[in-house]
Design a protein around this ligand. Structure first.
Ligand code: PLP
Length: 329
């Protein structure tokens, strides 16, 4: 994301230095903008659908906006149409953040192929969870200017990746997060280093691609179990024609609390605060006066349920029953 933003900034001729991102997203999206030397601006989200609040988006986009980032959080497809006219009006590109969307479809189209650029992550918990790395696709004129970075820390990353796979049994989740691997933490760190994907990881990602479809199918089966048991009014409303990935299954618990029993089963809150509320990130906001009540509501009421390969249907039923009891749903 940072390399792409730098390339867009280099190609820009009209002094644009703000990147418009969702007010509820991964903190590393905000960090990428800061790392690229740009300012963050945010648009609010509808807490029922996770789609943009159009008024907020229109209000936030302007002649300083370099690009708009739109995302498929949890691999739940979001339509490009919500953004397209605004991007065209301002003559700026749409960056489709499909970090969680690889393998998902919207009306038959692959997530990550609908924006001017597509971004994919291969980190832990992503559709292709090899532990590190990612991919960037899109307009050749800009991508040609993105430098190929040398790879670093290949062995450490591979070991981390293997450890993550080996320890991903639901009941070992808590233990895994206590290891000094930085797992399960949401941190805002614009000081991160940028490096290429080590060649070992590239080989691993290629060979894992074949298994991704079956992992995604498994995730959908587990999500189906949650859907059948949990109050439909407290689930994210999906767009017609969606084939989601469900990297995790989002549910509006209407509470910030996750009991220790649900925690042990892998139930987690997602990002602790909206981008617009996080005190350090706020210092980088170009539009900190823009209200984002939807994002705040999401941050305060959303919990997410695991769908990965170690979650069997009986475990999913135990998790759903735990939620029903805890949140009266
Ligand atoms: C929507 C979204 N964008 C970007 C990222 C960042 O991906 P990475 O972990 O590869 O930096 C994440 C990670 O959780 C994400 O969920």
């Amino acid at each position: 994301m940072t390399l792409l933003l730098r390339a867009l900034k280099t190609a820009d001729t009209s002094n644009r230095d703000e990147v418009l991102i969702p007010a509820y997203t991964c903190y590393s999206v905000a960090a990428s903008v800061v790392k690229a030397g740009l300012k963050i601006s945010v648009y609010d989200l509808d807490p029922q659908t996770l789609r943009p609040d159009r008024d907020s988006l229109k209000n936030a986009a302007g002649n300083k906006t370099l690009a708009i980032v739109y995302q498929h959080l949890f691999g739940i497809p979001q339509p490009r149409e919500d953004f397209h006219d605004i991007a065209v009006e301002h003559g700026i590109p749409l960056i489709e953040d499909a970090a969680q969307g690889l393998g998902g479809l919207l009306n038959g189209k692959q997530l990550g192929t609908m924006g001017d650029f597509g971004i994919f992550s291969f980190g832990r918990g992503k559709p292709l969870p090899i532990g590190a790395g990612g991919a960037l696709t899109g307009r050749k004129d800009i991508l040609d200017a993105v430098p190929i970075m040398s790879s670093a820390k290949g062995v450490r990353r591979l070991v981390t990746s293997v450890a993550v796979q080996a320890l991903s049994y639901p009941f070992l989740y808590g233990i895994m997060e206590k290891l000094p691997l930085g797992l399960g933490k949401t941190v805002f760190d614009p000081g991160f280093t940028i490096s290429g994907m080590p060649s070992m990881m590239k080989i691993l990602s290629k060979s894992s691609l074949a298994g991704m479809e079956s992992l995604n199918a498994h995730r959908r089966t587990i999500a189906g179990i949650y859907q059948a048991r949990l109050d439909s009014a407290r689930r994210v409303k999906e767009h017609a024609g969606s084939l989601p990935v469900y990297t995790r299954f989002p549910f509006f618990a209407e509470s910030k609390l996750v009991s220790s029993q649900l925690y042990r089963l892998g139930v987690r809150r997602m990002y602790p605060e909206a981008i617009s509320e996080e005190p350090v990130i706020r210092t980088y906001l170009a539009n900190s006066d823009q209200p984002a009540p939807g994002a705040k509501q999401i941050a305060e009421s959303l919990v997410t349920l695991p769908t990965h390969s170690r979650i069997t249907p009986p475990i999913a039923r135990i998790i759903a029953a735990g939620l029903q009891e805890e949140y009266h749903c």
